[in-house]
Design a protein around this ligand. Structure first.
Ligand SMILES: [Zn+2]
Length: 687
């Protein structure tokens, strides 16, 4: 990995000198040079960074403290099925997009070329950087380095970064996220001064060139990078910049305090002109904007210290899902909010941006329910939008998705390619932006609490290296979760150390149990963090057991959806894959059904376990695929002949309960993500 303490200082000096040569001393402002000197001094003096194991930099006053702090990139390394999944991404489009898609290829504006110069390069980097460092993959690091070097070495004398062909603040907000992750993984000393100088320039310029369109609605993502830098340099003027962005940026909290967008949005309602979403109503109902906005109130709370700001994110989620929640765990947004009908879709950017918002909001506020939501997306809607090899993805995915084809319906404003599996269906934002989903999830599994505790925020196989009060800690998490309910943590501090271990207990986890070195702990409460406070010694073992009882949730028209742990289950309709066209190294695909899909299910909601047979098989390669699905549910069903599809879209699921005289069948449900054609919300049979 990239953190050996002995190499780090040598690397830093060499890189620092090189960067001065490349950027030119004269081009660094006195402010920026001061920031570098202060930070270098702090690197040596602040004990929390001095250790060879990287630890988070906590919030400085006057910022409110986070509940938890994300660990620097590279502290958590994936293992087991999670590592295999990241390798699938790296071997697919995730590791090859620049070789086959000109928008992030050699002519990218973010490499100094004349090609795409807006958000696509930064989007790609925001996921490529963590993917490369989590896999310690030299090939991917080298790919990322080209864009990072160009950005760091071509800052203008006034501090502006990025391609000269546009001065839009928005794409730079994304590049800042890539740069901060890269600095955490490498400590490259060019990053802090470039960020300082850019923010100083922006502070002076925003009055005459204020935030507009996308940047105005997404200002809080830049605020995260401002806080990141403030915590390292202590320059108070950065908080002034935060306030300017907040003043110029849109107030999402106000939108959700008096929420007007409770119905499916229509083009007429948002007054679209030339199919552009850039009207106020269009921006305020746009799925990706709303996904990103989930973090706005928590981020704002860091400066305001307001309890109302902290709670507002929970209110926003409650309102959003009440009117637009879908049974696959995401909200409908086939460009704009689209109501509760499970035949509506959600854009892939909305999925990965909701995940990033939840990761940040969970760190700031520490509410366990945010971890539940995060896992639901990571284990269902995220992999559900990709082919098994991650060489193709959908723009819009549907919980009830009976055909994948060129179809105008049911999208509000999106084009006919929206649910194809392909290189860049409908619009290329998702092709550039999806990369952050898995790597940032892996980086969020463990956090440190404000009182120096270790927090298991989400669960998947991994290994953690961090330190608490200058004592190195090594944690191995062995698990096949979410396919199994057993999790073993082996905790090894370098020397015995007292600290709290916080374990997230999901809201669905009734009768969960925890043992420390074989001894049961006190009762464990769902929807909470279990605290285990003791002196930890090398090799201590914590065993967590989540009973994965099948559950049923109810949704649109009384429909039922089956869940088990954080996994959502769907009926996998038979699939016939038809290549629409080749696209360089990949292809665009349609998928047609080969079996019936219009089933209603017989379920006793008071005793779901008796309505469902669980069939487990080995957790092996690629568990989010039909052939590799390690858990299946068998249920009793009957077809409902009156439930039909129209224009390749399943009609809204009929109001439950429904009657059927068709013969009873046993059908098999598989994890949502494994079924590329699927029914997820079923009518319930009348008994
Ligand atoms: Zn997108």
């Amino acid at each position: 990995m990239c953190f050996p303490g002995s190499n780090r200082s040598a690397f830093s000096r060499r890189q620092f000198l090189a960067s001065l040569g490349a950027v030119g001393v004269a081009s660094l402002s006195r402010e920026a040079i001061g920031a570098v000197s202060r930070f270098s001094a702090e690197l040596q003096s602040r004990s929390q960074i001095a250790n060879s194991t990287p630890v988070p930099v906590k919030n400085r006053t006057p910022l409110t403290g986070n509940a938890f702090y994300l660990l620097p990139l590279g502290s958590i390394l994936p293992s087991g099925w999670l590592k295999k999944q990241l390798l699938v991404q790296a071997h697919g489009l995730g590791g090859h997009l620049d070789e086959t898609w000109p928008d992030v290829g050699p002519n990218s504006g973010w490499l100094g070329g004349t090609g795409e110069s807006w958000e696509r390069g930064p989007y790609f980097l925001d996921g490529l950087v963590p993917l490369a460092y989590l896999l310690d993959d030299g090939r991917l690091k080298a790919k990322a380095q080209k864009y990072l070097d160009w950005t760091l070495d071509h800052a203008e004398p006034n501090g502006m970064i990025g391609p000269k062909s546009n001065d839009d603040w928005w794409p730079r907000m994304v590049m800042l996220k890539a740069l901060t992750q890269y600095q955490e993984a490498t400590t490259d000393p060019r990053v802090i001064p470039v960020l300082s100088k850019y923010f100083a320039y922006q502070r002076e310029t925003l009055r005459s060139r204020p935030l507009r369109d996308w940047g105005r609605y997404r200002w809080h993502d830049e605020a995260l990078s401002i806080i990141w830098l403030y915590n390292r340099t202590g320059d108070s003027w950065l908080l002034d910049l935060f306030k300017i962005l907040q003043t110029q940026g849109f107030d999402w909290q106000a939108e959700f305090a008096d929420f007007q967008y409770t119905e499916r949005i229509t083009p007429e309602f948002i007054k679209l002109a030339s199919n552009s979403p850039l009207t106020d109503r269009g921006m305020q109902t746009h799925g990706v904007n709303i996904a990103m906005a989930i973090k706005m109130s928590p981020v704002r709370s860091l400066l305001s210290g307001s309890e109302a700001d902290r709670r507002a994110a929970l209110h926003m989620l409650e309102v959003l899902y009440r009117y637009h929640g879908l049974p696959n765990g995401i909200f409908s947004a086939d460009e704009h909010l689209a109501g509760l009908n499970p035949s509506q879709g959600t854009e892939l950017c909305t999925v990965v941006e909701t995940m990033f918002s939840l990761e940040q909001a969970l760190a700031i506020m520490g509410y366990p329910i945010l971890g539940d939501r995060l896992e639901t997306l990571a284990f269902n809607a995220l992999p559900g939008a990709f082919t098994d090899d991650m060489w193709a993805h959908q723009y819009n995915q549907q919980p009830n998705q009976i055909v994948v084809s060129l179809q105008k319906e049911p999208w509000t404003t999106d084009g006919p390619e929206s649910n194809l599996y392909g290189l860049d269906p409908n619009f290329g934002c998702c092709a550039a932006n999806f990369h952050q989903g898995w790597p940032k999830f892996a980086s969020s599994l463990f956090m440190l609490s404000s009182d120096d505790g270790l927090v298991a925020a989400a669960y998947a196989p991994c290994e953690v290296r961090t330190s608490i009060r200058n004592t190195s800690i090594h944690v191995i998490e062995e698990t096949e979760y979410p396919f199994r309910g057993t999790i073993r943590l082996t905790i090894s501090p370098a020397s015995p150390l007292a600290f709290p271990l916080l374990l997230r207990i999901p809201a669905w986890a009734e009768n969960a149990s925890i043992k420390v070195n074989g001894k049961p702990t006190d009762a464990v409460k769902p929807a909470s963090f279990a605290h285990i406070e003791r002196t930890w010694r090398s090799g201590d073992v914590v065993d967590i057991q989540f009973p994965l009882m099948p559950r049923v949730s109810q949704g649109y028209h009384g429909s039922v959806t089956f869940e088990r742990g954080p996994l959502i289950f769907s009926y996998g309709i038979g699939e016939d894959w038809l290549k629409l066209r080749n696209r360089g190294m990949t292809a665009d695909w349609q998928v047609y059904p080969t079996t019936p899909w219009n089933y209603a299910i017989d379920v006793n909601r008071d005793d779901v376990s008796h309505s469902v047979s669980v069939v487990e098989s080995k957790v092996d390669e690629n568990p989010f695929t039909r052939s590799g699905a390690p858990v299946k549910l068998q249920v009793k069903a009957r077809q409902v002949p009156s439930w039909l599809g129209e224009n390749n879209v399943a009609n809204p699921v009929p109001q439950s309960p429904v009657k059927s005289n068709e013969p009873e069948e046993q059908i098999t449900l598989i994890p949502y993500a494994a079924a590329k054609l699927r029914i997820t919300a079923f009518p319930e049979l009348e008994t």
